[in-house]
Write a protein that binds this ligand. Structure first.
Ligand code: NAD
Length: 431
């Protein structure tokens, strides 16, 4: 099929290159000219494992191209995926101006039947607004369909997730739209949930909110474990082996971040409010997530006494391993709180350093590796569970540190081993 993907960020670029790899002709559109120029030169503006090779291969084989001109993409393609941002407004509501703008541009550019697919995460009823917007500008009364096809990929394993999804959700109003999307996704051999547009829109917000709830739930359990001397890792294992619960998203830590969970939770709370329903559970999930980050500062204070002029070494900055994405990363909020308390912060991340320097600026000493972070630090704080932090030379680290204290914000180390090595070790919910 001829496919146009509008918005070539984490979701759009992965979607476009995966569809190309499945044999479709894909044109990726982005209104950021420098991004398009870079992509045309084979430079991938984000870090996502395997993406560079995938893009290069499909460009070389003539199935994938890039443009900054939406009109060009819409003209060439029958199916149009909208993958633009839907960031949160101050009140938690999703900012839908990008989607509206694109809908208008599509209406003005489409020469014949087009299927416009929302892949961005959008509030329920967006499908109707997109249809309305297209109708307003579709003076030539060209036939079109709107569909919802929420994306469930995770940054860090985005290609694998896209190619092997647990399910593909498709919300449609017409058989024609259902047939096109079923055909397009057929090679993935994944279970398909074909439903109405509103239900598909809600599936995405409900799924992310549920996963965030699991995280805040286990974090609350961890806080009890801390008080009574139990180990949340064993508790989570004991719970997670029950298939009804499952072990996924049951790791206690300093809270979730990223561009999706916090924003989608806020949007779902807001959607509920608009309908007159108070989604109290989700507000509590948000509160627990905030608490987790603040409680790290409390732990550091308990360990280091007065904070001004103490040095904290931060290991990991991206919101999770496998990505350079710092949007809503817990590291940023925690580092800002530490700096406010007068703490000296040293930090290292395997891939997010460039973005972190832009965001955090001069207040932080950026290091070339974990050893440099450890040097003269009063405490090490693990924020992102990158694999390379799991196997450090702790004998060397201990010698380099001013005080051998580790706060393991992701529970990646064995408390007994750390204590044996001579560290004062504090995990999250590890007694
Ligand atoms: P992103 O910021 O990485 O990418 C969005 C891209 O859209 C940017 O490159 C931007 O330049 C471009 N853009 C903005 N306006 C445009 C326009 N008018 N025309 C063409 N391009 C335009 O965002 P993302 O992380 O890819 O997220 C996109 C959507 O997908 C959001 O709704 C998000 O919630 C959802 N989503 C994200 C993830 C994820 O893991 N990042 C997963 C599932 C769903």
């Amino acid at each position: 099929m001829n496919i146009c993907v509008i918005g070539s960020g984490y979701v759009g670029l992965v979607t476009g290159s995966c569809f190309a790899d499945l044999g479709n002709d894909v044109i990726c559109v982005d209104n950021n000219k420098s991004k398009v120029a870079a992509l045309k030169k084979g430079v991938i503006p984000i870090y996502e494992p395997g993406l560079e090779e995938l893009v290069k291969r499909n460009v070389k084989e003539g199935r994938l191209s890039f443009t900054e001109h939406l009109k060009e993409g819409v003209k060439k393609s029958e199916v149009i995926f909208v993958c633009v941002p839907t960031p949160p407004k101050d009140n938690g509501d999703a900012d839908m101006t990008y989607v509206e703008h694109v809908a208008k541009e599509i209406a003005l550019s489409m020469p014949s039947y087009r299927l416009i697919v929302e892949k961005s995460t959008v509030p329920v009823n967006t499908g109707e607004w997109v249809e309305h917007t297209i109708n307003v500008f579709n003076k030539r009364k060209i036939k079109f369909d709107v569909a919802s096809n929420p994306e469930f990929l995770k940054e860090g394993s985005a290609i694998e997730d896209f190619m092997n999804p647990d399910r593909v959700v498709v919300g449609v109003k017409s058989k024609r739209a259902a047939d096109i999307l079923t055909e397009l996704y057929k090679p993935l051999k994944a279970p398909m949930v074909v439903t109405d547009i509103k239900s598909a829109e809600i599936i995405k917000h409900a799924s992310n909110s549920f996963l965030a709830t699991k995280i805040s739930f286990i974090n609350s359990v961890a806080n009890i474990c801390d008080k009574v001397g139990a180990d949340v890792v064993d508790v989570a294992r004991g719970m997670g082996l029950d298939k009804r619960i499952s072990k996924d998203f049951l790791s206690a830590g300093i809270g979730f971040g990223g561009s999706c969970f916090p924003k989608d939770l806020a949007a779902f709370v807001h959607i509920a409010e608009k309908t007159g329903y108070d989604f109290g559970i989700l507000k509590e999930v948000q509160r627990v997530n905030k608490y987790q980050k603040r409680s790290v500062i409390k732990k550091i204070e308990e360990l280091l006494w007065n904070l001004p002029k103490k040095t904290v070494g931060v290991l990991g900055l991206s919101f999770k391993p496998g990505t350079d994405d710092l949007r809503e990363a817990p590291s940023i909020e925690i580092i800002e709180m530490l700096l406010k308390e007068g703490v000296r912060v040293k930090a290292f991340d395997p891939v997010a350093m460039v973005k972190a320097k832009e965001l955090l600026g001069k207040g932080v000493t950026f290091c070339k590796d974990a050893h440099q972070v450890a040097k003269d630090s009063d405490c090490l704080l693990v924020v992102t569970e990158w694999n390379e932090f799991k196997e450090l030379d702790f004998k060397k680290i201990k010698k380099l540190m001013r005080q051998p204290i580790i706060i393991d914000g992701r529970n990646i180390y064995d408390p007994k081993e750390m204590k044996k090595l001579g560290f004062k070790y504090i995990g999250i919910g590890r007694g």
